[in-house]
Design a protein around this ligand. Sequence first.
Ligand SMILES: [Cu+2]
Length: 194
Amino acid sequence: MHTETHTGLESPKGNWWKPAHKAEKVWVGIAFAWCMVLFAMMPLWHWKGGQNPSGIRRRVEPQAYAQRTEEFIRQYTVGEDRGVPIVAPPPGADVYLMAMAFQWRPILKLQKGAQYTLHLSALDVNHGFSLFPINVNFQVVPGYDYGLRVTPNASGDFRIICNEFCGIGHHLMVGRVIVEDAPAGTVADRGGDR
Ligand SMILES: [Cu+2]
């Protein structure tokens, strides 16, 4: 049984005071160099990586954002699915989507190949916008209006899944985006710029 006690007043046993082996020095050198690479990557990615959201971002009061979204819904509603309005804005429009515990409002009906400015904000806590089964992920933060320039490049019936744990009903927080093929002969039909 190990009964030895240690105190900070005594030097530890061993040969820690001897110079490090060459291999250890090499490893410390490699680790340090790699730390510097990762450190440099942060600013590099910020400025050169194309990782920043396209479009606009600004502060907004959740109440004001909710009002703007309801106005958008009134303007372009074309139907309803289980109490949630289905909204079909024209190509080029500003599209408003709000996240709240525990739903996405409204359901969006967009045209393939048309460009939109998709505004995202939350009314209460952080939510996460992830478009299933496509790899699109975005943080939806209360108090901030993110206007992303998006051009749907595939038609279909997609689900928005909240990927930021937001409370007891988080797993029920599923929204919907419907993308339809553009009517033949329209600008959107010839493809967007992205
Ligand atoms: Cu959520």
